[in-house]
Design a protein around this ligand. Structure first.
Ligand SMILES: [Zn+2]
Length: 213
Protein backbone atom coordinates (compact mmCIF):
# COMPACT_ATOMS: atom_id res chain seq x y z
CA UNK A 1 0.00 0.00 0.00
CA UNK A 2 1.25 3.43 -0.87
CA UNK A 3 1.31 5.43 2.32
CA UNK A 4 2.56 8.88 1.70
CA UNK A 5 1.59 12.52 1.88
CA UNK A 6 2.34 15.64 -0.06
CA UNK A 7 3.48 18.77 1.76
CA UNK A 8 4.92 22.17 0.92
CA UNK A 9 8.69 22.36 1.11
CA UNK A 10 8.26 24.65 4.11
CA UNK A 11 7.08 21.43 5.83
CA UNK A 12 4.47 23.46 7.66
CA UNK A 13 1.19 22.40 6.10
CA UNK A 14 -0.28 19.58 4.11
CA UNK A 15 -0.90 20.10 0.41
CA UNK A 16 -4.41 21.41 -0.13
CA UNK A 17 -5.31 18.73 -2.65
CA UNK A 18 -4.38 15.88 -0.36
CA UNK A 19 -7.31 15.84 2.05
CA UNK A 20 -7.64 12.05 1.92
CA UNK A 21 -3.99 11.59 2.81
CA UNK A 22 -2.67 11.52 6.35
CA UNK A 23 -1.23 14.78 7.62
CA UNK A 24 2.53 14.70 7.86
CA UNK A 25 3.71 14.70 11.41
CA UNK A 26 6.33 17.35 11.89
CA UNK A 27 8.18 16.51 15.06
CA UNK A 28 10.57 19.06 16.41
CA UNK A 29 10.50 17.88 20.01
CA UNK A 30 13.42 16.00 21.49
CA UNK A 31 11.37 13.03 22.60
CA UNK A 32 12.97 10.06 24.26
CA UNK A 33 14.20 7.63 21.66
CA UNK A 34 14.74 3.91 22.06
CA UNK A 35 17.04 2.17 19.64
CA UNK A 36 17.01 -1.60 19.61
CA UNK A 37 20.41 -3.20 19.92
CA UNK A 38 20.81 -6.30 17.78
CA UNK A 39 24.51 -6.66 17.19
CA UNK A 40 24.33 -10.15 15.74
CA UNK A 41 27.32 -10.86 13.58
CA UNK A 42 27.15 -13.43 10.79
CA UNK A 43 29.17 -16.06 12.73
CA UNK A 44 26.41 -16.08 15.37
CA UNK A 45 23.56 -16.21 12.86
CA UNK A 46 24.66 -18.50 10.01
CA UNK A 47 24.49 -22.14 11.12
CA UNK A 48 24.40 -24.22 7.93
CA UNK A 49 26.05 -24.20 4.53
CA UNK A 50 23.59 -22.53 2.10
CA UNK A 51 24.76 -24.88 -0.67
CA UNK A 52 24.73 -28.38 0.92
CA UNK A 53 23.13 -27.80 4.33
CA UNK A 54 26.08 -29.10 6.32
CA UNK A 55 26.46 -27.76 9.87
CA UNK A 56 30.22 -27.70 9.29
CA UNK A 57 29.97 -24.17 7.95
CA UNK A 58 32.45 -22.09 9.89
CA UNK A 59 33.91 -18.62 9.71
CA UNK A 60 37.63 -18.58 8.99
CA UNK A 61 37.63 -14.83 9.39
CA UNK A 62 34.81 -12.45 10.24
CA UNK A 63 34.30 -11.91 6.51
CA UNK A 64 34.69 -15.49 5.22
CA UNK A 65 32.73 -18.70 5.80
CA UNK A 66 33.91 -22.05 4.47
CA UNK A 67 31.98 -25.35 4.33
CA UNK A 68 34.12 -28.32 5.36
CA UNK A 69 31.76 -30.72 3.56
CA UNK A 70 31.48 -29.23 0.06
CA UNK A 71 34.19 -26.55 0.09
CA UNK A 72 31.76 -23.71 -0.60
CA UNK A 73 33.16 -20.26 0.23
CA UNK A 74 30.89 -17.43 1.29
CA UNK A 75 32.34 -13.93 1.60
CA UNK A 76 30.75 -11.24 3.77
CA UNK A 77 31.03 -8.02 1.79
CA UNK A 78 30.04 -4.50 2.76
CA UNK A 79 26.74 -3.48 1.19
CA UNK A 80 26.87 -0.13 -0.60
CA UNK A 81 24.52 2.65 0.38
CA UNK A 82 24.35 6.34 -0.44
CA UNK A 83 22.97 9.42 1.26
CA UNK A 84 22.61 13.12 0.58
CA UNK A 85 23.15 16.25 2.66
CA UNK A 86 20.66 18.78 1.34
CA UNK A 87 21.62 22.28 2.44
CA UNK A 88 19.83 25.58 1.99
CA UNK A 89 20.92 29.21 1.62
CA UNK A 90 20.92 29.64 5.39
CA UNK A 91 23.44 26.82 5.85
CA UNK A 92 20.93 24.42 7.34
CA UNK A 93 20.97 20.69 6.59
CA UNK A 94 17.86 18.59 5.97
CA UNK A 95 17.29 15.47 8.06
CA UNK A 96 14.64 12.80 7.94
CA UNK A 97 12.96 11.48 11.07
CA UNK A 98 13.35 7.73 10.74
CA UNK A 99 9.99 5.94 10.81
CA UNK A 100 11.36 2.47 11.53
CA UNK A 101 14.27 0.59 13.02
CA UNK A 102 17.19 0.58 13.05
CA UNK A 103 17.41 3.92 14.85
CA UNK A 104 13.68 4.66 14.68
CA UNK A 105 12.95 8.26 15.66
CA UNK A 106 16.52 9.44 15.14
CA UNK A 107 17.73 11.87 12.49
CA UNK A 108 18.72 10.33 9.18
CA UNK A 109 19.82 11.58 5.80
CA UNK A 110 17.76 10.81 2.68
CA UNK A 111 19.15 7.78 0.85
CA UNK A 112 19.44 4.03 1.19
CA UNK A 113 20.90 0.84 -0.15
CA UNK A 114 22.15 0.70 -3.71
CA UNK A 115 20.59 -2.03 -5.82
CA UNK A 116 22.68 -4.59 -7.71
CA UNK A 117 24.03 -3.06 -10.93
CA UNK A 118 23.04 0.47 -9.93
CA UNK A 119 25.43 3.41 -9.56
CA UNK A 120 25.65 5.22 -6.22
CA UNK A 121 24.21 8.32 -7.89
CA UNK A 122 21.30 6.50 -9.56
CA UNK A 123 20.52 4.59 -6.35
CA UNK A 124 20.51 7.82 -4.40
CA UNK A 125 18.22 9.56 -6.89
CA UNK A 126 15.84 6.58 -6.77
CA UNK A 127 15.81 6.45 -2.96
CA UNK A 128 15.15 10.18 -2.70
CA UNK A 129 12.34 9.89 -5.24
CA UNK A 130 10.82 7.06 -3.16
CA UNK A 131 11.34 8.65 0.26
CA UNK A 132 10.50 12.30 -0.30
CA UNK A 133 9.26 12.49 -3.88
CA UNK A 134 11.72 14.92 -5.42
CA UNK A 135 14.20 14.87 -8.29
CA UNK A 136 17.70 15.81 -7.13
CA UNK A 137 19.67 18.40 -9.09
CA UNK A 138 23.46 18.62 -9.16
CA UNK A 139 25.30 16.56 -6.54
CA UNK A 140 28.89 16.78 -5.30
CA UNK A 141 30.68 13.87 -3.67
CA UNK A 142 31.62 14.32 0.00
CA UNK A 143 33.21 11.00 0.90
CA UNK A 144 32.55 7.42 2.05
CA UNK A 145 32.31 6.03 5.56
CA UNK A 146 31.77 2.48 6.84
CA UNK A 147 28.72 1.73 8.95
CA UNK A 148 26.89 -1.09 10.72
CA UNK A 149 23.20 -1.65 10.12
CA UNK A 150 21.37 -4.06 12.44
CA UNK A 151 18.29 -5.45 10.73
CA UNK A 152 16.06 -8.36 11.79
CA UNK A 153 18.69 -10.18 13.79
CA UNK A 154 21.75 -9.68 11.60
CA UNK A 155 24.12 -6.74 11.66
CA UNK A 156 25.13 -5.79 8.12
CA UNK A 157 28.36 -4.03 7.28
CA UNK A 158 27.88 -1.20 4.82
CA UNK A 159 29.95 1.37 3.00
CA UNK A 160 27.98 4.60 2.79
CA UNK A 161 28.76 7.13 0.05
CA UNK A 162 27.62 10.68 0.72
CA UNK A 163 26.86 13.57 -1.60
CA UNK A 164 25.76 17.15 -1.04
CA UNK A 165 23.11 19.01 -3.01
CA UNK A 166 21.66 22.50 -2.77
CA UNK A 167 17.97 22.26 -1.89
CA UNK A 168 15.62 23.80 -4.44
CA UNK A 169 12.44 21.74 -4.16
CA UNK A 170 9.13 23.54 -3.64
CA UNK A 171 7.16 20.52 -2.55
CA UNK A 172 7.90 17.07 -1.18
CA UNK A 173 5.87 13.87 -1.10
CA UNK A 174 6.87 11.83 1.90
CA UNK A 175 6.64 8.05 2.18
CA UNK A 176 5.41 7.75 5.75
CA UNK A 177 6.42 4.09 5.88
CA UNK A 178 10.05 5.23 5.68
CA UNK A 179 10.10 8.79 6.98
CA UNK A 180 8.11 10.33 9.84
CA UNK A 181 8.89 13.88 8.78
CA UNK A 182 11.62 16.28 7.67
CA UNK A 183 13.50 18.82 9.77
CA UNK A 184 16.04 21.49 8.99
CA UNK A 185 18.89 21.64 11.52
CA UNK A 186 21.88 23.90 12.05
CA UNK A 187 24.73 21.40 11.57
CA UNK A 188 27.09 23.48 13.70
CA UNK A 189 24.89 23.37 16.83
CA UNK A 190 23.18 20.01 16.34
CA UNK A 191 23.73 17.39 19.06
CA UNK A 192 25.35 14.54 17.11
CA UNK A 193 23.76 11.95 19.44
CA UNK A 194 20.48 12.67 17.66
CA UNK A 195 21.93 11.36 14.37
CA UNK A 196 21.04 7.75 13.53
CA UNK A 197 24.36 6.31 12.32
CA UNK A 198 28.08 6.79 12.76
CA UNK A 199 28.62 7.12 8.99
CA UNK A 200 26.15 10.04 8.92
CA UNK A 201 27.94 11.74 11.82
CA UNK A 202 31.21 11.35 9.90
CA UNK A 203 29.67 12.69 6.69
CA UNK A 204 28.26 15.71 8.51
CA UNK A 205 31.64 16.33 10.11
CA UNK A 206 33.32 16.20 6.67
CA UNK A 207 30.64 18.51 5.24
CA UNK A 208 31.19 21.03 8.05
CA UNK A 209 34.94 21.04 7.35
CA UNK A 210 34.08 21.86 3.70
CA UNK A 211 31.75 24.70 4.72
CA UNK A 212 33.50 26.32 7.66
CA UNK A 213 31.83 29.51 8.82
ZN1 LIG B 1 28.45 -27.09 1.98
Amino acid sequence: MIHNTRVDASFGKAHSGASSMPTMRLRLDKRRISVSVMDQTADKVFEYCPKCGSPEFTSLRRDLFVCKQCGFHYHINAAAASGVLFYDGAGRVLFTLRAKDPAKGKLGLPGGFIDLGETAEDGLRREIREEIGIEVGAMNYIGSFPNTYPYKGLTYRTLDLFFESKWDAQQVEIDLDEVDGLVWEDPFTLDSDRIAFESMRQALSRWKSMHLR
